[in-house]
Design a protein around this ligand. Structure first.
Ligand code: NAP
Length: 385
C-alpha cells in the first residue's frame, strides 16, 4: 500500500493538484511490483522530511516514480530503494537534475518507436531523469577517475531522486563557477548542441548559422557555442522568447510566429534544426547551395516514428550538393570536459528557467510540454529552488 502526502503544494490542505492525487489500485500494484516502498503519511513526515519507516530509512530514498506512460500525472513522489552500482559506475548524491525532452519522451512513451528503449508495454525505468549534478558518495571497483566527495555533472540513470547511479565515463568534474542547479542543466542539451554543430555540422569561424529552436534546451547552448566559435548566428524562437535568444548572443532573432525564416530571403551555411517540424524543402531554401542541415529533432513529426524528416534527409542527401544530416548524440565525459572549458572561459552560461522542488517534477514536465520553459528547467533535489 502506498500513501501519498496529503497537503497541497500551496499548503492550503486542499488536494487540487494532480501531482499529489491518490493512486489507483492499478498504479499501486505497478509501483509495488517496481519495488516502490511506502510513502509516509503526513502525520509521519512530509515530502521534504520523510521519516524512518520500519527502521530501514538508510536503504531507501525520496524519488519521483513513473507509474506508466501518459501525461505528467504518471509521475508521483515516492520512496524507492537506493540504486546499486556496478564496477564501472559511481553513486551520486543528487543535488540537482535537469529536465529535458528525453524525460518527456520517456514519460509519454511517444513517439512509439522510443518504447524499444524505454519499454514496450510499460516504462522499464521506474525513476525518470538523466541529467545530474551532485557529489560522488560511492565508487565502483573499476573506477579510477572519481572518489567520494568529488563534485560532478553528467548523465546518470533515474536522477529525479536523492541518489543516482551513473557510468563514470558519462561524468566530469562540475565547473567550479556553476551552481549544482546550473550544472544539471548542461549535460544532455549541451552535448547535443556541441556534437551537432561541431562534429556533425563541421562549423567553421565566419559561417552564417541558423539555430531553429534557439530558446530551447539544445538551442540555448547552440547559440552560445556557435558564437564562441566565431560564427554569425541567427536564432529562431517564439515572440515571447526573442529577448532570451538575443541575451544568449544571437546576432539576429526570428520570431517564427510572425516571420518565415525559411522563405529563402536569408541563406545559411549551417542550419541546426531543434524545433518544430519545418518541411525539408523549406529548410533547403534557407541553406546556401553547399550548406549543411543538421536535424537534431523537433516535435510534431507523428506519434509512431517521429523522424520522417530525418529519414528523408538521409535519403535525399547523396543526390544533392547540400548536405542534409541527422544524428543521435552520444554521451561521453570528453564532451562534458569541452563544455566545461566553454563555461570556465565565460563563453557559455546555462539558461536556467526555474528550479522546481523534487515533488513538483510533474509541474516542470507540464511547463515543458506547454512551451513555458526558457532554456532549461531543473529539479532541485538537495539544492532547493
Ligand atoms: N538527436 C539527438 O540526439 C537529440 C538530443 C536531444 C534532443 N533531441 C530532440 O531535439 C528537440 C529539441 O530538444 P530540446 O530539449 O531543445 O527541446 P525544447 O527545450 O522543448 O526546445 C524546443 C524549441 O523548439 C522551438 N519551437 C517550437 N515550435 C517551433 C516551430 N514551429 N518552429 C520553430 N521552432 C519551434 C521552441 O521555441 P519556443 O519555446 O520559443 O516556442 C524551442 O526553442 C526535441 O525534439 C528532442 O527530442 C534530439
Amino acid at each position: 500500500m502506498i500513501d501519498m502526502p496529503g497537503p497541497s503544494a500551496d499548503g492550503s490542505g486542499t488536494d487540487t493538484n494532480a501531482d499529489t492525487k491518490r493512486l489507483s489500485r492499478k498504479e499501486e500494484k505497478e509501483m509495488n511490483r517496481a519495488g516502490v516502498t511506502r510513502y509516509p503519511k503526513p502525520s509521519e513526515g512530509s515530502v521534504d522530511n520523510p521519516q524512518e519507516i520500519g527502521g530501514v530509512r538508510s536503504s531507501t530514498m525520496r524519488a519521483v516514480v513513473q507509474t506508466g506512460y501518459g501525461s505528467a500525472d504518471v509521475l508521483q513522489p515516492g520512496n524507492v530503494e537506493r540504486p546499486q552500482i556496478g564496477p564501472d559506475e559511481v553513486l551520486v548524491e543528487v543535488h540537482a537534475a535537469g529536465v529535458d525532452r528525453a524525460v518527456w519522451h520517456g514519460m509519454t512513451g511517444l513517439p512509439y518507436v522510443g518504447r524499444f528503449v524505454f519499454g514496450i508495454r510499460a516504462p522499464k525505468f521506474v525513476v525518470p531523469g538523466f541529467d545530474v549534478a551532485g557529489v560522488v558518495v560511492e565508487v565502483g571497483n573499476k573506477v579510477a577517475r572519481f572518489q567520494p566527495g568529488d563534485e560532478v555533472f553528467g548523465i546518470g540513470k533515474g536522477t529525479f531522486a536523492e541518489f543516482a547511479a551513473a557510468s563514470a565515463d558519462k561524468l566530469s568534474p562540475k565547473p567550479a563557477s556553476l551552481t549544482f542547479a546550473q550544472a544539471a542543466a548542461v549535460p544532455m542539451s549541451g552535448i547535443t548542441a556541441l556534437q551537432g554543430l561541431i562534429d556533425v555540422g563541421r562549423l567553421a569561424a565566419g559561417q552564417n548559422v541558423l539555430i531553429v529552436g534557439a530558446s530551447g534546451g539544445v538551442g540555448s547552448y547552440a547559440v552560445q557555442i556557435a558564437k564562441a566559435m566565431g560564427a554569425n548566428v541567427a536564432g529562431v524562437s517564439s515572440a515571447a522568447k526573442v529577448d532570451l535568444v538575443r541575451s544568449l548572443g544571437a546576432d539576429r532573432v526570428v520570431d517564427y510566429t510572425s516571420e518565415d525564416f525559411a522563405d529563402g530571403s536569408e541563406q545559411y551555411d549551417l542550419i541546426l534544426d531543434t524545433g518544430g517540424n519545418t518541411a525539408l524543402k523549406r529548410l533547403r531554401k534557407a541553406l546556401t547551395p553547399r550548406g549543411t542541415l543538421v536535424i537534431v529533432g523537433g516535435e510534431g513529426g507523428g506519434r509512431i516514428l517521429g523522424i520522417g524528416r530525418q529519414l528523408q534527409a538521409v535519403a535525399w542527401s547523396p543526390f544533392l550538393r547540400q548536405r542534409l544530416t541527422m544524428f543521435t548524440s552520444k554521451a561521453h565525459h570528453r564532451d562534458l570536459d569541452r563544455l566545461g572549458l566553454l563555461i570556465e572561459s565565460g563563453d557559455m552560461v546555462p539558461a536556467v528557467h526555474r528550479v522546481y522542488p523534487l515533488d513538483r517534477a510533474p509541474a516542470a514536465l507540464r511547463d515543458l510540454e506547454t512551451g513555458q520553459i526558457r532554456g532549461k528547467a531543473v529539479i532541485g533535489v538537495k539544492e532547493g529552488p
